[in-house]
Write a protein that binds this ligand. Structure first.
Ligand SMILES: Nc1nc2c(ncn2[C@@H]2O[C@H](COP(=O)(O)OP(=O)(O)OP(=O)(O)O)[C@@H](O)[C@H]2O)c(=O)[nH]1
Ligand SMILES: [Mg+2]
Ligand SMILES: [Zn+2]
Length: 301
């Protein structure tokens, strides 16, 4: 048996990086029955197929430290949520969903605002400052000017990270800039729709030559929190813990189980009114809470 990490999965095959090289593997039949699907990043035990030392069978998926449902990946320490200043326009609700999921799964979080070269008017300044005030690490990058690339490199060094975000924000381009020679495919953003073209089709774990690993993933534009069991089982009043600025807001809510929606004497609502919590973050919180409530209703009614 050999131990390795899944670096890529295509068409039912998994490519496992082991001490003896990259082995193309099929999962053992039992995984399919158990519906335990191997993920990129999974640590696995494999055996080689006799007379063939390039192909193998996955016998066991070792216990996961964590996993993200989307982009689906296992055993990553850090989630780099990539947003573009424009082309495509930033979707902050999507960003907040991702931050919630990364938080839930115990991952460190970095927000990367890419395509800074397209924001000469500084339109994203306010949003960037808002996330910084919350306490998130926000890096501003451009693959065209090289802005922020050294900082990003330092943030990735010796860690296992995943790049996540909409199609076209520049995830693969950033990887190519950080590590020239990778040659990942990148695609123009459609000039008519201002949307990415889903150039990256499969998540892939890449080794960084300066130390560490990054999973480049396909872009996505919808991310439902509804199907996430831990969130579904959570009290509504607990959801606020994914919003660090709520915890930091001074004073306490009158009610112990405050959901910060319409309760009287709510410190969060006051902080929003006074401008100490960004209104857009609060609106997103209300949307996500409502979504969770609906999906729960569907499930239990
Ligand atoms: N102006 C500008 N364009 C960029 C920057 N980074 C990437 N791009 C362009 O954005 C387009 C999309 O880049 P990709 O790297 O393919 O984006 P992606 O996030 O990997 O997209 P998917 O693989 O579809 O999820 C390409 O045309 C890149 O040249 C940047 O910093 N500034
Ligand atoms: Mg890509
Ligand atoms: Zn409250």
């Amino acid at each position: 048996m050999y131990q390795g990490r899944i670096v890529k999965g295509i068409g039912g095959f998994y490519y496992v990086n082991t001490g003896i090289g990259l082995i193309e593997c099929k999962p053992r039949g039992v995984f399919r029955k158990d519906s335990q699907i191997p993920l990129v990043g999974d640590k696995v035990l494999i055996s080689l197929i006799e007379d063939n030392n390039a192909q193998g069978v996955i016998h066991e998926i070792l216990p996961r430290e964590n996993m993200l449902p989307r982009p689906s990946v296992a055993n990553v320490e850090q989630c780099v949520a990539v947003v573009a200043t424009q082309q495509p326009q930033p979707d902050l609700l999507l960003l907040d969903r991702l931050l919630v999921l990364a938080h839930l799964n115990g991952m460190d979080k970095i927000i990367c605002f890419n395509k800074m070269d397209l924001d000469s008017e500084g339109k994203t300044r306010e949003v960037i400052d808002a996330y910084r005030r919350v306490g998130y690490v926000v890096l501003c990058t451009s693959t065209k000017t090289g802005q922020g690339m050294n900082e990003l490199k330092e943030a990735l060094r010796d860690r296992v990270s995943v790049f996540a975000g909409m199609s076209g924000v520049g995830k693969s381009s950033i990887m190519n800039t950080l590590q020239p020679g990778l040659g990942l495919k990148t695609g123009e953003v459609s000039s008519r729709l201002k949307r990415g073209r889903h150039t990256t089709r499969h998540a892939e774990l890449l080794e960084l030559n300066f130390g560490g690993m990054v999973v480049d993933t396909p872009g996505f534009s919808s991310l439902s929190l509804g199907a996430v069991k831990e969130l579904e089982d959570m009290e509504e009043s607990e959801f606020g813990r994914f919003y660090p600025e709520f915890e930091n807001s001074p004073g306490e809510c009158r009610f112990a189980g405050c959901r910060h929606i319409s309760e009287p004497d709510c410190s969060v609502q006051i902080a929003v009114k006074e401008g100490n919590i960004a209104a857009f973050r609060y609106r997103n919180y209300i949307k996500l809470l409502e979504e969770l409530r609906q999906s729960r209703r569907k499930k239990y009614d």
